[in-house]
Design a protein around this ligand. Structure first.
Ligand code: NAD
Length: 511
C-alpha cells in the first residue's frame, strides 16, 4: 500500500520523526523502530522514537502553551476543533488508509474510526459553549456560592494499537476545548496515523492567529516513553488506554505523585441471551461484536451466556454463520475479518483455546491460522467458539482475539451472577423480549459494567455517551456526556457582596 504522504510530515534521512512538539519535528533521541503491518508483516516505515528526556521537553512546551491556551475563550478553542473536524472530513480516506495499514482494520471499520473523530469534533465544538458551572444557594446573606470549571493543564494520552486515532481524538478534542494542551504517546504499532493526526491539528492551528502550536505533541516510543509521561507532574491528567497490566503500572506511577489519571483498560464483555430474544437480531449482534476487528476491540464480545433451552440452537446457528465469514486481506473488497495484530496475539489465542479445552471446553469451530487465501506474513485466523461447562479460569481473562466462550444458564439470577463474575467491567448486553429482564439487567442489581446495552451488541458505542468501565477496566469515562469534567479543575467560590462578615455554620468568633 502506498503511504498517503499528503497527510504525513516529511521524512528526515529516510525516517519519519519520533518527536513532534507543535511545528517542530525531530528524529527523537530514542532508537528507531520499524513497525510491521498486520496485513502482511511488511515493515510500514522507519520511524524515530522519543527518549524519556524528549517526553520532558514536550511536556515543558505543553506547559508554556497552556499559559496562553487557557486564556483563549472556550468558544474560540472550539473554533480550532471545528477546523480540525473539517480537515479530517476532507482527508478521511487517507487517514483511514493509515488505520488499515497499521492496525489491519477493514476499510469500513477504519473509516468508522475516523468518522468517530469527526463526530467527537462536532460534540466538542458544542461543548465549547457549554462548560457550565453552578450557582448554589449560600446560607449567608449577601453571599454567592458559585462553581466554575477551569482549564487543567497538559494532558498526557497513552493509547493502544486497536483504536489508533479515535482514543486520542476523544481525549484530544475534548481536552483542547477544555483549555488543555495534549502530549500523546501512541502505540508503537501505529506511529504513522498518530503523526497524521498531529498534522491535522497543526494545519488547523496555522489557520488561526491565537493558537499556540504546542497545544499538540506526539512522543513516539515504547513503554519507557509512557512511563516518563506518567511520572511527570507537569502532566495534570494521564489518560491511559490499554491492557490491565499497563493500567496497573500507570495508576501506581501517577498515584505515587498524587496525580490524576483516567484509565480505559481491558474488558471481558458478556451478553445474555434469554429465551424471549429475537434470535435473528441476537445472532447478527453476536457476530459483529465477536469477530469485528478480528475480536480486537476493547468491547469485543468474549462471553455468550445463553439460556439452556436455546443454547444448542444458538451454537448451531453461530457455527453456520462463522463458516461463511469472509476472512483475509482487509484491503480486499468484501472481507469482514482482517488479521490479528501479530504473532503474539495468535499465540495467545492458541494458548487460550488449549487452556479452555484442558478446563473442560469443547471447541465448536475455528482457531486455526488460514493456510491460503490471505497474505503470507499476516496472522489470519478462523474466529473460534468454545463451549464451556463453567466460567473457568481461562474465561476470566481477556484474550485479545476472536475467541468466544459459550456458557449456559438456567435461572436469570444465575445468568447475572455469571455475567458479573469476572474481574473486568467494560461492556455488556442482553438480548431479550422481556421488559422485566431488560430493566433488571440495566438496573442496580444487573450488569456491573460501564456500558449495559439492551438488544444491542457489546461493541460499537456512540460518542455521545460517556464511555468506560468498572472494576479492573479502570473506572474512567471518556468522550461524551459529562466526561469533559475530568479535563478541567473545579473551583468553588464564596463571594461576599455585603458589609458584614457572617461565618458559615453560624459560628461567632470574637466581635
Ligand atoms: P498495551 O497495554 O500493550 O499498550 C497500550 C499502550 O500503553 C501503548 O502505547 C504502550 O506503549 C503503553 N505502555 C505499555 N506499558 C506501559 C507502561 N508501563 N507505562 C506507560 N505506558 C505503557 O495494549 P495494546 O496491546 O496496545 O491494546 C490492547 C489492550 O487495550 C486490550 O487489553 C484492550 O482491551 C485495551 N483497550 C481498552 C480500551 C478501553 O477503552 N477500555 C480501548 C482500546 C483498547
Amino acid at each position: 500500500m502506498d503511504l498517503p504522504l499528503n497527510v504525513l510530515p516529511a521524512k528526515t534521512d529516510g525516517r519519519f520523526p519520533g518527536l513532534a512538539i507543535g511545528t517542530s519535528y525531530a528524529a527523537g533521541a530514542g532508537p528507531a523502530i520499524q513497525p510491521k503491518s498486520p496485513i502482511d508483516g511488511a515493515v510500514t516505515a522507519e520511524v524515530g522514537t522519543a527518549s524519556p528526556d524528549d517526553v520532558g521537553k514536550a511536556l515543558e512546551a505543553a506547559q508554556q502553551a497552556f499559559l496562553k491556551w487557557r486564556a483563549v475563550p472556550a468558544p474560540r478553542r472550539g473554533e480550532l476543533v471545528r477546523r480540525i473536524g473539517n480537515l479530517v472530513r476532507e482527508n478521511i480516506d487517507d487517514l483511514a488508509k493509515l488505520v488499515t495499514l497499521e492496525a489491519g482494520k477493514i476499510p469500513a471499520e477504519a473509516q468508522g474510526e475516523i468518522q468517530e473523530w469527526v463526530d467527537v469534533c462536532d460534540f466538542a465544538v458544542g461543548l465549547s459553549r457549554q462548560l457550565y458551572g453552578l450557582t448554589i444557594a449560600s446560607e449567608r446573606p449577601e453571599h454567592e456560592l458559585v462553581e466554575n470549571w477551569r482549564p487543567l493543564g497538559p494532558v498526557g494520552v497513552i493509547s493502544a494499537f486497536n483504536f489508533p486515532a479515535a482514543v486520542w481524538a476523544w481525549n484530544g478534542m475534548v481536552g483542547l476545548v477544555c483549555g488543555d494542551p495534549i502530549v500523546w504517546k501512541p502505540s508503537e504499532q501505529t506511529p504513522l496515523i498518530s503523526l497524521a493526526c498531529h498534522e491535522m491539528v497543526l494545519r488547523a492551528a496555522a489557520s488561526m492567529d491565537d493558537v499556540p502550536a504546542d497545544v499538540s505533541s506526539v512522543v513516539l516510543g515504547a513503554a519507557d516513553a509512557g512511563q516518563a509521561l506518567a511520572e511527570d507532574p507537569r502532566a495534570k491528567l494521564v489518560s491511559a488506554t490499554g491492557s490491565i497490566p499497563m493500567g496497573r503500572k500507570v495508576a501506581q506511577t501517577v498515584g505515587a505523585r498524587l496525580g490524576r489519571c483516567l484509565l480505559e483498560l481491558g474488558g471481558n464483555n458478556g451478553m445474555i441471551v434469554t429465551p424471549s430474544a429475537d434470535m435473528e437480531m441476537a445472532v447478527r449482534a453476536i457476530v459483529f461484536s465477536a469477530v469485528g476487528t478480528c475480536g480486537q476491540r476493547c468491547t469485543s464480545l468474549r462471553r455468550l451466556i445463553v439460556h439452556k433451552n436455546i443454547a444448542n440452537a444458538m451454537a448451531e446457528r453461530l457455527k453456520k454463520t462463522y463458516a461463511t465469514l469472509p476472512i483475509g486481506d482487509p484491503t480486499k473488497e468484501g472481507v469482514l475479518v482482517g488479521p490479528l495484530v501479530g504473532e503474539a496475539a495468535y499465540k495467545q489465542m492458541r494458548d487460550s483455546i488449549a487452556q479452555a479445552k484442558d478446563q473442560g471446553g469443547e471447541l465448536l469451530c475455528g482457531g486455526d491460522r488460514l493456510e491460503s487465501g490471505a497474505p503470507e506474513g499476516g496472522f489470519y485466523v478462523e474466529p473460534a467458539i468454545v463451549r464451556m461447562p463453567a466460567q473457568t479460569e481461562v474465561v476470566l481473562t481477556e484474550t485479545f482475539a476472536p475467541l468466544l466462550y459459550l456458557l449456559e444458564y438456567e435461572t436469570f439470577d444465575e445468568a447475572i451472577d455469571l455475567h458479573n463474575g469476572v474481574p473486568q467491567g467494560l461492556s455488556s448486553a442482553i438480548f431479550t423480549g422481556d421488559m422485566r429482564e431488560a430493566m433488571r439487567f440495566i438496573g442496580p442489581a444487573g450488569s456491573d459494567c460501564g456500558l449495559a446495552n439492551v438488544n444491542v451488541g457489546t461493541s460499537g458505542a456512540e460518542i455521545g455517551g460517556a464511555f468506560g468501565g468498572e472494576k479492573e477496566t479502570g473506572g474512567g469515562r471518556e468522550s461524551g456526556s459529562d466526561s469533559w469534567k475530568q479535563y478541567m479543575r473545579r473551583t468553588t467560590s464564596t463571594i461576599n457582596h455585603g458589609a458584614e462578615l457572617p461565618l458559615a455554620q453560624g459560628i461567632v468568633f470574637g466581635e
